[in-house]
Design a protein. Sequence first.
Length: 183
Amino acid sequence: MAAGTAPTRPENDGSSAAKPNLPPGLQFPGRDPSERIAEALLESCAFKAAAAAIAGGGLGVALGLFVGGFSTELDRTVEAQAPWRQQLRAYGRALAAQIRTYSKNFALWGATYTITECSVEKYRARHDLWNSLIAGCMTGAVLASQPRTQMSLRTRGQQMSVGCLGVAAFSCAIDYWLEHRHE
């Protein structure tokens, strides 16, 4: 090699696109199209929401098993004068109902919060506390709006407002504590 000439670098991916003039140790190889597709899938809001729903459902199952054992309905089932097999069956049905309730609510919470926060963050192109505040408000309103009982629209609106404020404050505090307190 002659003095003053730079060594030639082989092209890794064979593309004819212009490459930045980088030192030999900092070359970036071309990415495989399947890697780009996988990355786009993993970064999509729908995938994140589905993952949060699955994780929330799993958390709901665990909490339903734990908290379901303290239910008064289960106490009445155990205290019944039925044979032990019928008591066990009734206990299992009551516990399964608790697990379904917790699992559904935590899955809904995770999916709603994640899809809202991800969408707001992509729309605003910022990662700050406002995203958590908006996502928490939407999640609280959705969870509070579930039609368990008949009530007037005004009462439903008040219920949704309280849910919005409560979950927004909670999610904003958690996000601040985990990510933004050292800024």
